[in-house]
Design a protein around this ligand. Structure first.
Ligand code: MV4
Length: 446
């Protein structure tokens, strides 16, 4: 087992990883930027190394600095958390070259799944359902136009280097094709240095449902049930839950089997997520694979009673997984609390927390790094806490979530707590009647 793990991240996920390491008897090294000197991950780790000034490029993305910190502290592994270097193939490769275990995917796996057209092709060959569309990349505008005519509008073109909604365009009729093609390629070239595009039939009003998977070094894979992440705004998830109110036991079995086939076919090692789009007829299609631990992993931990960070560390250390699939035993929901003003276009609102009261009681979990007197720096993501509520049924979770949101006091800054309270009161949400379009028509003032 590892003796010492360096955590190449900040905020709640750095704390989350430190906590599991402590329980496993593993020493921890925090790295931090000068903006995070007063952060809890710095205080709770056994050692801490300053790696640079506030901008991420100069600190949490500073690969030589982080590798040097691992070397001087004698860390034998690096946990990247989510975001930052967690899906950076170059960093994964550098860790391998330096003899320090990267607790995440190999450089080859990150490259393979990071190219979305290639990932789709790989999954199709493994027998995972994919959305009808181009066979690989489009070779020309003309090829796109004639294929769209064949599969019929609406279609969507996607940048193969994209993901998270960047470099994609929905096309409703042929007259829009050329402009969409040009603008998407220009955007992709500027953002990723790669303007390769592929085409798919556009699925209207889908649900975003993802399956947590785990695979080990011995070729075994399993699934750990699904999360419904349909409540998003501009490709930022706001709220996630497990199980999905839309998924039947039969569909869960089929999606779980497809996700296991996907993971096994690429000999996936570690924990990962297979993202699916599910249409109104409950057809499901592979969308993307994430090769990291995700923000919303706690809802899965709560419904299957299992520490996913511990599992990640065990797999990285070569411990085999049991291979059994896991199914939800109860219901869990996570509200992401951001330092943003939901009444003013989600404007970021960093600053000092003058007073704090975290909710408590049965079934309540708060994953956060904030404390009274803490100043949220303006340099990083605006998520400051995750409120995770679990109970026997979805109805009970919603009642408890309303109660817990009402108890949560974060003074000094604006947060998205009022938005979540309004979502909990929405009839369609309460009935489980929502798609990825939910937030487009949601009005916090209504
Ligand atoms: C789609 C789609 C409809 N049809 N593909 C958005 C992010 C990227 N991962 C893929 N995305 C979509 N791909 C087809 N063929 C709709 C979306 C989409 C979406 C997906 C999941 C969650 C929220 C979304 C919001 C807008 C569009």
């Amino acid at each position: 087992m590892f003796k010492k793990i360096l955590i190449a991240n900040r905020g709640e996920i750095a704390l989350r990883i430190i906590r599991t390491c402590k329980e496993m008897g593993i020493k921890t090294v925090a790295v931090y930027s000068t903006a995070d000197r007063e952060s809890l991950h710095v205080r709770f780790a056994d050692e801490a190394v300053c790696i640079g000034p506030p901008p991420s490029q100069l600190s949490y993305l500073n690969m030589p600095g982080i590798l040097a910190a691992a070397e001087i502290t004698n860390a034998d592994a690096i946990h990247p958390g989510y975001g930052f270097l967690s899906e950076n193939a170059k960093f994964s490769g550098l860790c391998r070259d330096h003899g320090v275990k990267f607790i995440g995917a190999s450089a080859e796996m990150i490259n393979s799944m990071g190219d979305k057209s290639n990932a789709k092709d790989t999954m199709k060959k493994a027998g995972v359902p994919t959305i009808p569309g181009s066979d690989g990349l489009l070779k020309s505008l003309q090829e796109g136009i004639s294929l769209a005519k064949e599969i019929m509008y609406p279609v969507i073109i996607k940048a193969t280097a994209g993901g998270g909604g960047r470099g994609m365009r929905i096309i409703w009729e042929e007259s829009e094709f050329e402009h969409a093609w040009d603008s998407a390629r220009t955007e992709a070239k500027a953002a990723f240095g790669n303007d390769g595009m592929y085409l798919e039939k556009y699925i209207e009003e889908p649900r975003h449902i993802e399956i947590q998977i785990a695979g080990d070094q011995y070729g075994k894979a399993c699934h750990l049930s699904e999360r419904d992440c349909s409540i998003q705004r501009r490709h930022q998830k706001l709220l996630e839950e497990a199980p999905s109110p839309f998924i039947t036991e039969e569909l869960r079995n089929r999606m779980g089997e497809a996700a296991v086939a996907a993971a096994a076919s690429i000999s996936y090692e570690g924990v990962g997520t297979i993202e699916f789009l599910v249409d109104k007829y409950r057809n499901f299609y592979f969308m993307e694979m994430n090769t990291r631990i995700q923000v919303e992993h706690p809802v899965t931990e709560e419904v299957i009673n299992f520490d996913l960070i511990k599992e990640q560390i065990l797999i990285a250390a070569g411990v085999p997984i049991s291979g059994k699939n896991y199914y939800p035993l109860k219901h869990s929901m996570e509200c992401r609390i951001n330092a943003e003003d939901p009444y003013n276009n989600f404007m970021p609102n960093p600053g000092k927390i003058t007073h704090l009261h975290k909710p408590g009681g049965h079934g309540i979990r708060v994953d956060t790094h904030i404390y009274a007197g803490y100043t949220i720096p303006p340099n990083y993501d605006s998520m400051i806490a995750k409120l995770i509520v679990s109970a026997q049924t979805r109805e009970e979770v919603i009642v408890k979530m309303e109660r817990a949101l009402g108890e949560f006091v974060i003074d000094g800054i604006k947060t998205t707590i009022p938005l979540h309270l309004k979502i909990m009161q929405n009839e369609d949400f309460r009935n489980g009647n929502f798609t990825t379009k939910f937030m487009e028509s949601f009005d916090i003032n209504a």
